[in-house]
Design a protein. Structure first.
Length: 294
């Protein structure tokens, strides 16, 4: 602990607010917790949504997410347990397994489905929506499947295992780097009694989501299935302590500071662009999308 408390408070991000999320269902009856809701989009710009799902009962996930369109942002699906198969309007498909991720840039639009590849057992994971800057919203769609083995990992002296999905941690570059929003997406596994420090640029919006155990950030306890919004207090790092075994996501990014117009699965900058999106969708333009696999 630094004895100069004014210096310490300037260096570390603190917890501004804890968020419990909202129980809901989406797709064909998949039960999930919407952790990052529409009301938080401005505060957590460039992130638009975070859904967490952890279902043991097949009735709560078996319907999956049948064919649906998207335009104007990126979806990042990260699996903890279970398997999901992806299909899109260009005929691409991929299988998401435990520890794997899929990074999809919906760009100008596509239609895809995400369906469970299992009939029983635990299905657990997350879907994050990351906004695209206005200039890239109509870019060509593409997607990338990232198997678990392709996600870089680093283990600290404290035994903290960090899976770097995007951005970088302790000089280790993650599986994905994106311009403009510069997203950081870490899955952090902390053994009891460990501490973990992650650099986060002062101007980036940041939050954590604990999905096992309990952690402490700047003296604030963050329980299982709680999001902690980190204060934009000028701090350039977050320090996390775990008294018990815990796992959490750390997510941060550079805000776009552009208008957000969301209509269901479409996220543009204004109402006219949403109207155009609906016309394009009705005209069948999304079915014809050429989706590149990177
Ligand atoms: Co989707």
């Amino acid at each position: 602990m630094n004895s100069d408390s004014s210096k310490t408070s300037a260096a570390w991000r603190t917890v501004e607010r804890l968020v419990q999320g909202v129980q809901t269902s989406d797709g064909a009856g998949v039960r999930l917790t919407r952790v990052l809701t529409q009301q938080l989009q401005r505060r957590l710009d460039p992130f638009l949504m975070l859904d967490a799902f952890r279902n043991e009962n097949p009735d709560d996930y078996i319907g999956g997410f049948p064919d649906h369109p998207h335009r104007g942002f990126e979806t990042i699906t990260y699996m903890i347990a279970g398997r999901m198969r992806h299909h899109d309007s260009a005929g691409n498909q991929g299988l998401l397994g435990p520890g794997g991720a899929q990074w999809m840039t919906t760009g100008s639009g596509l239609i895809h489905s995400e369906l469970p590849e299992q009939e029983q057992g635990l299905m657990e994971g997350f879907q994050l929506w990351l906004n695209l800057p206005a200039k890239d919203k109509m870019s060509a769609p593409n997607y990338r499947d990232i198997p678990s083995a392709a996600i870089p990992e680093v283990v600290s002296a404290d035994g903290v295992r960090v899976r770097v999905i995007a951005g970088s941690s302790q000089q280790l570059a993650g599986a994905v780097q994106r311009p403009v929003t510069e997203p950081l997406y870490l899955d952090v596994h902390m053994p009891a009694g460990s501490r973990f420090v992650q650099a986060i640029p002062a101007g980036h919006n940041a939050f954590t989501y604990t999905y096992r155990g309990q952690v402490s950030i700047g003296g604030t306890v963050v329980n299982d299935r709680q999001m902690a919004i980190l204060a934009n207090n000028g701090g350039t790092a977050v320090s996390i302590e775990a008294a018990e075994d815990a796992r959490l996501l750390i997510i941060a990014g550079q805000p776009l500071n552009e208008p957000i117009a969301q209509y269901g699965p479409f996220v543009m900058n204004n109402a006219e662009e949403i109207q155009q999106t609906l016309r394009d969708y009705q005209a069948g333009k999304f079915e014809a999308a050429v989706v590149q696999s990177l």
